[in-house]
Write a protein that binds this ligand. Sequence first.
Ligand SMILES: [Zn+2]
Length: 89
Amino acid sequence: MERVNLKVGKLAAVVPQSLLFCYDIISRDTPLAGSRLHIEEIPVTARCNDCGHDWTVEGPVFRCPGCDSGSIQLTSGQELEITSIEIED
Ligand SMILES: [Zn+2]
């Protein structure tokens, strides 16, 4: 059975359960009909622009836990991409 591996960041505004539910319907008349969708959820991580600290963001706090700076950038969590497609022959 074919398997499609998908990476979904927790900030990607996609609910994995809904995606799994829709997948069967939207893949029905395509070459991927009957394949399975495997979703890997990517946590939200950020990096501080001031002290370089990296951490996993839990909850709606967007300040550096190291130096309390508000100057941060998200380094993951917004992914929505197919990482691989496995085909059995
Ligand atoms: Zn910092």
